[in-house]
Design a protein around this ligand. Sequence first.
Ligand SMILES: Nc1nc2c(ncn2[C@@H]2O[C@H](COP(=O)(O)OP(=O)(O)OP(=O)(O)O)[C@@H](O)[C@H]2O)c(=O)[nH]1
Ligand SMILES: [Mg+2]
Length: 419
Amino acid sequence: MELAWRDSQARLEEAVGLTAAIGLVVVSAQIANIARPVPATLIGSGKLDEIAQAVREFDPEVVIVNAQLTPVQQRNLERAWQTKVVDRTALILEIFGERASTREGRLQVELAHLTYQRSRLVRSWTHLERQRGGFGFLGGPGETQIETDRRLIGERLAKIRKELESVKRTRGLHREARRRVPYPVVALVGYTNAGKSTLFNTLTKAQVIAENLLFATLDPTMRAIKLPDRRQIILSDTVGFISDLPTELVAAFRATLEEVLEANLIVHVRDTSHRESEAQKADVLKVLSDLGIDAGGERLLIEALNKIDLLPEEAREGLLAQNRINSDAPIAISAVSGLGLDILLERIALILGKERIILFLKLDAADGEGLAWSYAHAHVLSRRDTENGPHLEIAVDPYELERFSMKFGERLKAVPTSV
Ligand SMILES: Nc1nc2c(ncn2[C@@H]2O[C@H](COP(=O)(O)OP(=O)(O)OP(=O)(O)O)[C@@H](O)[C@H]2O)c(=O)[nH]1
Ligand SMILES: [Mg+2]
């Protein structure tokens, strides 16, 4: 059920999609027009009866209300419909719970979940209480069930907060370790259902060898792939954005986006075929800017217009033509059919290439190993063989810089000198 909004149909569809995403089968979906919210039940009595009838007809396991319900409203609706009622916050919590892949992400989701649960314990009728039959056997003398539940949740919350602190400490160390991996990180971000994971899979599946890299096994959402210029990058899939994120979930969501802050380049994947595509883009840019990432800012951001296979031929061809002629335009792609993916990879290579640093390297004539190493780890722009050894002009990735300076020390010069 969805509350009337500017674009209530689109919001209803999104809620149905989210519900399906956690494996539930939707038997009925309705829009409720709410002229004025009713404090006790949010929706008016007419609609309340209508849904009660639908509940009798379909006998669902749960009714999902795509709005935030107060604990009282949730309880009243559950009583009126004689079924479990879940609001938007709980639904998204559920989804985040399934998706959180990092330890910090999982802890943040649990923290949000428990905080949410505790707020539902204000009233006497709760799932916890119902499950335990109200015996209160866990409580101390004189302790009511609610007090016990609150105490247990409070203890768990304290424990999670402690764990989170230690996870955050180790994260600093992980970040250091990742910096030592000499590949740039490219993060795929975008609205939920835009096609990030599909793109991730298409790009990584095409390159079986890259998946055998050590780093690939560290995190299922990060994989090394090769660009057309043979350079390696780490591609990172991320959690999708959702509009009107309940405030309890903002921290959890941010934790799952940690990697984005570490990325050297961000690819904003958009569902071009979606009629709310522009609104989704605005939502994504807003969250990115909250994270301190601005389009046109220091961090590099490019836009990929996905699902062009679903567009009418003329629109699709028009966008694809732009790919070739305008190197600033968003890149039209289809993660499913593969259209435009070559251009996307070329563009990534081009942008990351611009970050390269030009250096000058004088090698000893006997240092064949150093020469081979330089060719393998940098782009050699020019080479002059002198009687003392080869002199190279090389373009080095910023990520490789430290390794180069460790290896060659004084022989490496930032500014080319006369030979
Ligand atoms: N026709 C078409 N469908 C696509 C394309 N890319 C993705 N899809 C479909 O869009 C749906 C969502 O794709 P996902 O890759 O799961 O989207 P996502 O961005 O990872 O979504 P979240 O993980 O929820 O944020 C799936 O049904 C895909 O098959 C495309 O280029 N064309
Ligand atoms: Mg995904």
